[in-house]
Design a protein around this ligand. Structure first.
Ligand code: URA
Length: 260
């Protein structure tokens, strides 16, 4: 760390602030701005949209290949190995359109977040777009408006898209969780597990050409790994989001730091 601190307490409090902000590993001695880090990834997205072929997918690194389960099934098994399988899980393949999925989520009473949220935040953008952006969870502004990424982070996302000549008509946006966690707290593992079958069906029905996973929670869930976002960021991996009934649905997932 190149900054000098006048006391040990100041150094500890600077480190604590970084941990509180979600920084989980050090990549270099000097700080690098979000734009410098993330702009190369925006051009990968741009290339995905304009070229007939997807950019090269990074093969899983040795040592954690088993974590990058090709079908995300270990996560689903994690659910079924629990004492009770959520009752909604088996029914979702009967939903064949995004509208039906939205209605099913609206009717789903199995998650306590629904009780404290003002609105269901299902998606925004163009359902026919090649790119699906998956963030973490709605914040206060998103909860109020019922749309993802409309607050400060959303404005930065719009600027990032604009920098590569895109807007919301070129992307389809959703979150891991469709309801705001109270006080914007981090979603619990249980909430994510409970709502994962809905997100997986969302991905299956949308069937995008590429997924842009925004933030650590989204990247870890979609790549089924515990590796931190600073290491995952920019490492595209192909993941199969099908289930046994549907056959194969391999989709490249590009993780990125969250604009927040
Ligand atoms: N952050 C997210 O991850 N999603 C939103 O919708 C807004 C902020």
């Amino acid at each position: 760390m190149t900054a000098s601190y006048q006391s040990k307490d100041k150094l500890f409090s600077a480190l604590k602030w970084q941990v509180d902000m979600g920084i989980d590993c050090a990549m270099s001695d000097t700080a690098v701005g979000l734009y410098a880090l993330e702009m190369p990834k925006m051009s990968v997205l741009s290339a995905a949209l304009t070229s007939a072929h997807l950019p090269q997918v990074t093969p899983p690194k040795t040592g954690h290949a088993e974590n990058l389960a090709p079908t995300c099934d270990s996560l689903v098994k994690g659910i079924s190995e629990g004492t009770s399988l959520p009752s909604h899980f088996g029914d979702l393949s009967a939903l064949t359109t995004l509208d039906e999925l939205k209605s099913a989520l609206r009717a789903f009473d199995g998650c306590a977040l629904k009780k404290t949220a003002s609105n269901l935040v299902f998606s925004d953008g163009n359902p026919a777009a090649d790119i699906m952006i998956i963030g973490e969870a709605p914040g206060r502004d998103e909860d109020r408006m019922g749309l993802p990424f409309v607050g400060v982070a959303g404005q930065l996302l719009d600027r990032m898209l604009k920098s590569i000549g895109m807007d919301r008509q070129n992307v389809y946006i959703t979150n891991i969780l469709p309801w705001r966690p109270p006080g914007n707290r981090t979603p619990s593992a249980e909430e994510i597990r409970l709502l994962w079958p809905f997100l997986r069906r969302h991905i299956q029905l949308k069937a995008p050409k590429i997924i842009f996973a925004l933030g650590g929670s989204s990247a870890k869930l979609l790549l089924n790994t515990q590796i931190g976002i600073l290491k995952l960021s920019g490492q595209m991996q192909e993941i199969d989001f099908s289930d046994a009934r549907d056959g194969s649905l391999p989709i490249p997932v590009l993780p990125s730091l969250h604009p927040a």
